[in-house]
Design a protein around this ligand. Sequence first.
Ligand code: ZN
Length: 323
Amino acid sequence: MVTLTAIVAPMGRQLYRQFAKHARGQRWIPVRRCNLSACSSKYVLSQVHPMWQGPLAVPGGDRQSPINIAVRKSVFDPQLKPLTFQYDPRTCQQIWNNGYSFLVEYDDTTDKSTLSGGPLEDRYRLCQFHFHWGESNAWGSEHTVDRRVFPAELHLVHWNADKYSLFEEAVMEENGLAVIGVFLKVGKRHEGLQKLVDALPTVRHKDSVVEFTKFDPACLLPTNTENYWTYAGSLTTPPLTESVSWIVMKQPIEVSHDQLAVFRSLLFTSAEEEVQKSMVNNFRVQQPLRGRTVRSSFTPFLQEAPQDSQTPSAGGPQAGHVH
Ligand SMILES: [Zn+2]
């Protein structure tokens, strides 16, 4: 069978060589350093990512993700309820390096680990979580808040088990998925994350899978889950279907530089590949809002910390600042 990989892999290697050459010559300017919407159309960072080659790179309709969240344009919705996380660590099964990120996968054949409340009308089952990160701490998140970029972003992926019977079915449908987004900022070591970080060297290469059990995903949520933004969007990886109710937490979690360094030690490539490629910058470029409303569960005007101050906000000292 002639696989797409057989065609794409050599292309990928070629692109990687070009990319490496550019990076060495200091001519490569990271897309996240400047105006995102302008850069995303000009620069082809997406082309060096294994997942963004070929026809799948063409985005779909009017509700694509990720986006920039403009705090002052978000609309406070007092109807938004608190979220209910009901996670059973015993449903955690394995870690899989899928060649773009690492997925911590959960048994979703029962309602043992679910998310409900907030903007959601139904109950959604947790199937996996994963992260997106940059090659340095200066960028890496997919969403941004007032154009501020975080070094990484966690996505907890859930599917609507009240309306659908399988993830594969839900992924194609409106209200099929609910994804929680949590920003990561650099600070002190995250004790809950460390168990996962310790296991990562065993899934260094693409397609490696390792058993991983009894991990409570709730430990990766910020202490304040009451403050969030929500909007109608899409998956940020193929198939890019517009089936996602996004719930992006206002408060980031703190992880150490060393923990992020372990993320960056993973590889996009499998053990057999000639040129090994670090798993970094595995985020999608930002997409136009196209008239969508971002709702907030909180009133931004009362709680917003002054710009560039050291005053701790709900997100802790220097929340969201990138140095
Ligand atoms: Zn994601």
